[in-house]
Design a protein around this ligand. Sequence first.
Ligand code: NAP
Length: 245
Amino acid sequence: MSTQQKVAIVTGASRGIGAAIAERLASDGFTVVLNFAGKATEAEQLVSKIEAAGGRAITAQADVSDPAAVARIFDAADAAFGGVDVLVNNAGIMKLASLADSDDALFDSQIAINLKGTFNTLRQAARRLRDGGRIVNLSSSVVGLKPETYGVYAATKAAVETMSAILAKELRGRSITVNAVAPGPTATDLFLSGKSDELIGRLAKANPLERLGTPADIANTVAFLAGPDGAWINGQVLRANGGMV
Ligand code: NAP
C-alpha cells in the first residue's frame, strides 16, 4: 500500500505512544486524524507540528468508549479527506491493583476504554475502511508476562488480541490486515506515573537490551504494519519489548 493520499485515524494521539505514531505516519505521507479525549491543546500543537513539516492532519475529540462519538471520528475523516484507510487503536488506560483490591470503578473504566473502545472503533472500521486498508491495535506484553496487579488491564488487552485475530478473518476478501502491537514498558505517562525510580529502573532492565522502550520504538513498529512493508503480516501480535517476553 502506498502511503500517498491514504488517511489514518490514530486514537489517543494527543501524547505518549499515540502522538509518536501520528507524527511518524504523517512523516511517512499519511493524512492523519488525531483523536484525543481531553487534552485538546496537546493535540492541536501536534497538528501544527505536522503541518509545519509539510503533512496533513486534523484533530477529532471523542471518548472512545462512546459508540456515537467514535462514529463521529470516522464522519470527520470522511468529511475532511473522503474516507479512511488505516485505524490505529491506541487510546488506553492502565489501573493496577490485585484482584482482591480491584474495585468496580477500576474494572469498569478499563473495560469501557480499552475493550469497548477498541470494539467501537473496530466495528466502525470493519464497516467503513476502504479496501486495502490496515488496522493496528495496541495490546501489551503483560498479556504474555501475566504479572501480579495487572489482572484487569491484561485481560482487556488479551481480549483486544483475540478480537484482532477474528476481525482479520472476517475481513477476508477486502485486502485489509488486522494486527496487534504489544509494547513492553515504554516511557510515557501511563507507565511512569505512580512508580518509584527504583521500580522504573528494575523494569527497564527486565529485557536483555536493558532500557525502556520509547514512543518512537513503538511508532516504528506500527508504521511497519501500516505501511507497504507490512502487507503480508495479518492476524498477528507483534511484541515490541526488547525481548522481555
Ligand atoms: P498515555 O501516555 O497515558 O496516553 C494515553 C492516550 O490515550 C492519550 O492521548 C489520551 O488522551 C488517550 N485516551 C485515554 N482515554 C481515552 C478515551 N476514553 N478516549 C479517547 N482517548 C483516550 O498512554 P501510552 O503509554 O501512550 O499508551 C498508549 C497505548 O499503549 C495504550 O493502549 C496502552 O495500554 C498501550 N501500552 C502502553 C505501554 C507503556 O508502557 N506505556 C505498554 C504496553 C501497552 P488525552 O491526552 O486527551 O487524555
